[in-house]
Ligand binder design. Sequence first.
Ligand SMILES: [Zn+2]
Ligand SMILES: [Zn+2]
Length: 372
Amino acid sequence: MKSQAVLLRKTGAPLPYAGSSAMEIVEIDLAPPGEGEVLVRIEAAGICHSDLSTVNGSRARPVPVILGHESAGMVVGIGGGVNDLRVGDHVTSIFLPSCGKCVECLGGIPAHCSIAAAANARGEMITGGSRISVSGEKILHYNGVSCYSQYAVMDQRSLIKIDDDIPFDIAALFGCALLTGIGAVRNSSHAQPGRSLGVWGLGGVGLAAIIGAVIAQSSPIIAIDPVASKRKLALDLGADFAISPDDEIRDLVPEGVVVAIEAVGRAASLKQAYDATARGGTTVTVGLPSASEMFSISALSLVADIKTIRGSYLGSANPRVDIPEYVEYWRAGKLPVEKLLSATLPMSKTAEAMDLLTSAQVVRQVIHPHEN
Ligand SMILES: [Zn+2]
Ligand SMILES: [Zn+2]
């Protein structure tokens, strides 16, 4: 079938993206869903920093590709062997399916699936190949989702059914920002009630980490970002303090923070988070700096200050367990996803949305592929 979609042909184009040919809306051909695959009508798709990192070239992914990796929509077609989803189901996508067979999947952390990670790096479906083409030319998938499109074919393992009453704009944020941010606190940091926690970088993931810290009853919670409006939002979400990276965090917590979450995606921010981590504390990084950035610390400090540094990908989550639980938090008013939503816009404004995200003035923008 045909679908309008946002095609990225080349990475690293100069800013601004609006008005440039870096990203264009094209008509794609989608193959019908194969074995284990699902055709989804995309209703909402989040503009995440990872998409921007691919556009600006700081995170290498192969092109030409249809962008987008966090979405919500409705099942409109299913291939053979799909038992858990039916036409009409509402779904949210996760950007790393799980094969269920690799060491990581069998070890209980589907978010670390090495088979899916390799498929994502190739720009292919987890079962191999692409279902997207333009005039016969093979076009790649972005993290098995490619949701900057009116329709997408995804593996059933990339989808989680959600209740019909959850607005699509909200549901779209569960599969990336919330899983990653809350998971960083819950699964990766060993945050404990009454212990201090700092979050560097208040984008969608960082603010979700603030929400996770509130749920974990961390105290005090300190939010760190140069943008005043984001600091205000962090305070709204339950942070106790919000400071600029230029402020001295040890004025607030002289011993440092027991848990430091780095969500900026810069080695310099990771260094700052590490330096601010208390003796015996844990530094968790979820940001994705460019591959050339190096991070250097005193080797002695790791031992003498008994620190731990951990990477956390997709919140080291089990999405099939975590997303339904987060939905319940949202229903109970403990997960104010609405506050992360900066704007909704038609798909034709994707490039403008990337420019705004580059300026760091917005948290989560959501595009609507069927609006003009
Ligand atoms: Zn994302
Ligand atoms: Zn696996």
